[in-house]
Write a protein that binds this ligand. Structure first.
Ligand SMILES: C[S@@+](CC[C@H](N)C(=O)[O-])C[C@H]1O[C@@H](n2cnc3c(N)ncnc32)[C@H](O)[C@@H]1O
Length: 405
């Protein structure tokens, strides 16, 4: 691979914003990709993937490059030289790479690869937490899986098409994909591609949604005609899936504390041809009280650490703080306590997170079941999805049923 100056500069500029200004990697990459209209698919892939890799391996590369945060541009060039050297890329004779110690880089990499926090590039506190919760062996395997690039998985919008038809339609524009056996609406792309620019996407035939995430709506055991509350709907990834499983019949009330996310949900619902979704902004607990005992199904796709989705969101590991994990766990329990009251007697509740930590998952459910509000529920089943065993995002989902009396 030959390095191109303007593409490499774009990566360095992006990293400056992500590492030093606290900007989110996905937003920065989105902006970088708009920088030059002449860039082709390969150029864009280089900018996006290199930026993400540098974010993913920040600690390892900084250690090898012997630089410390806050990084100045020279530091970032040194880290970039580490990335390129380890990739086996011949460094061009740009001034930034003068006297790059290639052999030393490889030697340091071999040494540091024996120490997990460097090998997997993770902050000390998070490494200790993961080991405490999952055990050293599972945590090590999980970290390795979470440091891979995520595959692109689509969810067919069955309100508009079938998986077979979508597969053939995409093939006509040279986007080849595989069916995934245990995920009835999923198509996994054989090669990465920007599917958002396709007519099929613009016409609402699919959404991009990880395979693990596609399990959640099925877990809720919905059927057409029901009244469903999606209590933490965000921009509606799972709401749209629920709408398609309900064949547009019945009612979905999609709620969130952020109105702007619900506005995005409305736009997506229109594109998807999903007509049975009503959004409700949660201003205060009155919004919840009005729905006490009114829903056949309640989905709590709870706010969480996001540790199960580090593959697509690698900067989260640098932005997360121990205090945040503590706070979010309190919020998770509060949400369970309050929002479970919306379930009708005989109705069902799914508590889900994209975290792999038992303290955000089964321990929250156990805690809830032992409280007054939880005594009305029985535990039906749960599923703990790890990235290294599934090949997809880490997720948790538990199904509870409200007793009839
Ligand atoms: C995991 S995300 C939801 C993702 C979404 N369900 C999807 O599939 O695209 C969690 C959501 O919970 C929302 N949230 C945070 N605190 C909340 C609360 N107290 N009540 C309701 N929603 C909350 C966040 O704004 C966020 O959109």
């Amino acid at each position: 691979m030959r390095l191109h100056r303007n593409l490499t500069f774009a990566v360095i500029d992006g990293l400056t914003e992500i590492f030093n200004e606290g900007s989110y990697a996905d937003k920065v990459v989105e902006k970088l990709l708009k920088r030059d209209k002449r860039w082709g698919a390969r150029d864009r892939a280089f900018v996006a993937e290199t930026t993400y890799e540098m974010v993913r391996w920040k600690r390892l590369y900084a250690e090898i490059a012997e630089v410390k945060e806050p990084f100045n541009r020279d530091n970032l060039w040194r880290m970039f030289a580490v990335w390129a050297t380890l990739k086996g890329i011949t460094l061009p004779d740009w001034k930034y790479f003068e006297s790059t110690p290639s052999r030393r880089i490889k030697g340091r990499f071999d040494e540091l690869s024996k120490i997990r926090k460097f090998k997997e590039s993770i902050p000390d506190w998070l490494d200790a937490l993961g080991e405490k919760e999952l055990g050293s062996e599972v945590w090590g395997q999980e970290l390795q899986a979470l440091n891979q690039q995520a595959p692109v998985v689509l969810r067919t919008n069955t309100l508009k098409t079938t998986r077979e038809k979508l597969h053939d339609l995409l093939l006509e524009i040279d986007v080849d994909s595989n069916f995934l056996k245990e995920y009835p609406e999923a198509l996994q792309l054989k090669e990465r591609s920007n599917v958002f620019t396709t007519d099929a996407f613009k016409n609402g035939l699919f959404e991009v949604q990880d395979a693990s995430s596609q399990k959640v709506a099925h877990f809720l055991e919905v059927s057409p005609g029901m009244r469903i509350v999606d209590a933490c709907a965000g921009a509606g990834g799972k709401t749209l899936h629920l709408a398609s499983l309900m064949e547009n019949k019945g009612q979905i009330i999609a709620m969130d504390i952020y109105e702007n996310k619900l506005n995005e949900l409305k736009r997506r619902a229109k594109r998807n041809g999903a007509h049975n979704i009503e959004t409700r902004w949660i201003e205060n607990n009155k919004t919840i009280k009005k729905l006490h005992q009114k829903a056949d199904r309640v989905l709590i796709d709870a706010p969480c650490s996001g540790l199960g989705v580090l593959r697509r969101n690698p900067d989260a590991k640098w932005k997360l703080k121990p205090e945040f994990i503590q706070e979010i766990q309190e919020t998770q329990q509060q949400i369970l306590q309050e929002y479970s009251k919306m379930v009708k007697p005989g109705g069902k509740l799914v508590y889900a997170t994209c975290s792999i930590l038992p303290s955000e998952n089964q321990q929250q459910v156990d805690l809830f079941l032992a409280t007054d509000a939880g005594k009305d529920f029985t535990f039906v089943k749960d599923e703990k999805i790890l990235a290294h065993t599934s090949g997809y995002d880490g997720f948790y989902m538990a199904l509870l049923e409200r007793k009839n009396s």
